[in-house]
Write a new protein. Structure first.
Length: 153
């Protein structure tokens, strides 16, 4: 499974909003600067997140975007599914009708198990987990301070 750039950046956007959860809304410009992502690309990512509800917009001079609920209540699967869909690692995992072999295909069982593990992992991790202390250092994830263009990563 290859995760798209939109999904990776959506997770970074949501993590930034989670870090700022108790401090009010963040502007697109602030998020773009902090995460080294273009404002235009962020705006494209924000639209579906706002439409589906994990983030809300706040108007006014101190406005911007913020999470609609606490970081502990937003699973990473919510974000990933919004941008990647729920079709699974192969189409037949969630829709047997796409393949006439799915009823007796031996390899389908492998893909079902892989998808179950991915779903289990993404469901078990929240935004709070993402921004919380790292087990190996007991510190928060380091913030990228480089001016290097991270969009190529």
């Amino acid at each position: 499974m290859k995760v798209s750039k939109r999904t990776r950046y959506a997770v970074r956007l949501m993590a930034e909003l989670a870090r700022n959860y108790n401090n009010g809304p963040l502007s697109v410009a602030d998020i773009a600067r902090r995460e080294n992502i273009s404002e235009k690309f962020l705006e494209q990512i924000i639209m579906p997140l706002r439409a589906m509800g994990p983030i809300v917009s706040v108007r006014g001079p101190q406005g911007g975007y913020m999470l609609s609920k606490p970081p502990a209540e937003i699973a990473l699967k919510t974000v990933v599914d919004l941008f990647e869909g729920t079709s699974g690692v192969v189409e037949c995992v969630n829709n047997r009708a796409v393949c006439g072999r799915s009823g007796f295909c031996m390899s389908r069982d492998v893909w079902v198990k892989v998808q179950e593990r991915i779903d289990e992992t993404l469901n078990s991790m929240t935004l709070e987990d993402l921004i919380g202390p790292r087990e190996d250092t007991d510190e928060s994830f380091p913030r990228r301070k480089s001016a290097h263009n991270a969009e190529t990563r």
